[in-house]
Design a protein around this ligand. Structure first.
Ligand code: GLY
Length: 369
C-alpha cells in the first residue's frame, strides 16, 4: 500500500514543480487553478486566510524530495506573508493556517531563525484576539466581536507550538480555554458541530448560532466537521487531555457515518439530495485527522476510514494533467456561492491531500506540531 502512495506523491511533486514557475512569474500566492492557470485569493489580497497552503505544500514536497526548488518557492511566499504583518487589521484568527505552514514549517525543517521570529509574531497576534470572557475572536468587523468559529481549532496549533518554543504556558493556557469553550458550545449531542457561535463579548454567554458556509442554520457543514475532528485530535496530541480525545472520536464517528459510498464528501451532511455539491477538501482534511486519531487510539476503523477517503479522492477526483495547475477537483468553499469557488480545484484541498498521502507514506513532516 505505501508504495502506491509514494508513486502518487512523486507524480504530484512533478506536477507542482511545473506550477512553481507560473506562480513565481505572476508574483502571486496561488489560491485555486482554472484553465491551466493559477488564480490568487478572491478577497483581502495576501491576507486571505489560505496564503499558508501553497508554501505548506512546497515544504511537504521539499521534505519528500529534498528538491530546493520547493524551498525557494516557499520562501518567496513567506516574504509576501510577512509583509501582511504591516496590514494586521486584515489578519484574523487564521494566522495559524497562514504562518504555521509557512514560517513555522521553514523553521521546523531548516532551523531558519527569522522564520522562528515570524512564527512567534503570528502567535502573539493570535493571543491578541483572546477575549478574557473565554474565547478567541474569529473575524474582524464591528458586528463580529462575539464570533467564534469551529475552524479556529486548527489555529490553536500555533499557540501550542509557541508554548513549546518559548516555555511560556500562556499560549497553551489560552488555547485550552478556547478548546474547552468549543467543546461546550459547538459540539452537538450527535457528534456534529456548529460552524459559527456568537458569544456575548462582555460575559462569554452564548448569544446565538449563525449559519456559515454550510447549507443552513443547524445543518452540518462537512469542512467544519473536519476542522473539529483534526483540531481536537491535535489538541489532544498537544495536551494529552482525554476530553479532547473523546471529542475528536465523537466527531470522527459522526463524520465516518456520512462518507459517501464512493469515498467522496458532500459539502454539507444535511444538504438536499439535489443539486449534488461535493467538497473534497473536507474529505482530505478529515483523512489527516483520522490517520492521527488512529495512531493515538490504535483504532483500525479510523485508519480504514482514512483509506476510504484518500482512495476515493485518488480514484475519482485527482487530475494529473495540466488542465488544472492543481490536483484535487470538486472542492467547494461554501455550499452557497460566495465567490471563493465551487466544485473546482482549490489549493488547500491539494495541501491536505498531500499531507494525508505523506502520512500514509510515512514521510509527513508534521507541520502542525
Ligand atoms: N475559513 C475556513 C474555511 O473556509 O474552511
Amino acid at each position: 500500500m505505501p508504495d502506491r502512495y509514494e508513486t502518487v506523491l512523486r507524480q504530484a511533486a512533478e506536477k507542482f514543480k511545473r506550477g512553481i514557475g507560473p506562480a513565481a512569474q505572476a508574483g502571486i500566492i496561488p489560491y485555486k487553478s482554472e484553465n491551466g492557470a493559477w488564480i490568487t485569493s478572491p478577497y483581502d489580497g495576501n491576507s486571505w486566510w489560505t496564503g499558508g497552503f501553497w508554501p505548506g505544500l512546497m515544504w511537504q514536497l521539499h521534505a519528500l524530495t529534498g528538491d530546493d526548488a520547493f524551498l525557494t518557492e516557499a520562501r518567496r511566499v513567506e516574504v509576501l506573508l510577512c509583509d501582511e504583518f504591516r496590514r494586521f487589521e486584515y489578519l484574523n484568527h487564521d494566522v495559524g493556517f497562514m504562518y504555521l505552514l509557512s514560517c513555522g514549517a521553514d523553521y521546523k525543517l531548516t532551523g531558519n531563525e527569522q522564520a522562528r521570529q515570524d512564527t512567534l509574531h503570528a502567535a502573539s497576534l493570535l493571543m491578541g484576539r483572546f477575549n478574557l470572557a473565554g474565547f478567541i475572536r474569529a473575524w474582524n468587523g464591528p458586528d463580529r466581536s462575539g464570533y467564534a468559529i469551529i475552524d479556529c481549532m486548527m489555529n490553536l496549533s500555533l499557540l501550542f507550538w509557541a508554548s513549546r518554543e518559548t516555555e511560556d504556558p500562556r499560549f497553551v493556557n489560552t488555547a485550552k480555554v478556547h478548546a474547552d469553550m468549543t467543546m461546550r458550545e459547538f459540539v452537538r449531542p450527535d457528534g456534529s458541530v456548529s460552524h459559527i457561535i456568537e458569544l456575548d463579548p462582555k460575559t462569554g454567554a452564548r448569544v446565538a448560532e449563525h449559519p456559515g458556509q454550510g447549507y443552513a442554520l443547524g445543518s452540518s457543514w462537512s469542512r467544519g466537521q473536519a476542522w473539529g475532528l483534526y483540531g481536537f485530535t491535535l489538541a489532544y496530541m498537544n495536551t494529552e487531555d482525554p476530553a479532547y480525545l473523546n471529542t475528536a472520536k465523537r466527531i470522527a464517528d459522526y463524520f465516518i457515518a456520512n462518507i459517501r459510498p464512493d469515498g467522496l464528501t458532500n459539502s454539507d451532511f444535511r444538504q438536499p439530495e439535489t443539486p449534488e455539491r461535493i467538497d473534497n477538501m473536507a474529505g482530505a482534511i478529515a483523512a489527516c485527522g483520522l490517520i492521527e486519531l488512529a495512531r493515538q487510539t490504535g483504532t483500525s476503523a479510523y485508519e480504514q476510514a482514512a483509506y476510504r477517503l484518500v482512495d476515493g479522492l485518488l480514484a475519482h477526483c485527482c487530475d494529473f494533467t495540466d488542465r488544472f495547475c492543481g490536483l484535487l477537483t470538486k472542492c467547494t468553499a461554501s455550499y452557497h456561492e460566495d465567490g471563493a469557488g465551487q466544485e473546482t480545484n482549490i489549493l488547500y484541498g491539494d495541501y491536505f491531500l498531500i499531507e494525508a498521502l505523506s502520512k500514509l507514506n510515512g514521510t509527513d513532516p508534521m507541520l502542525w506540531m
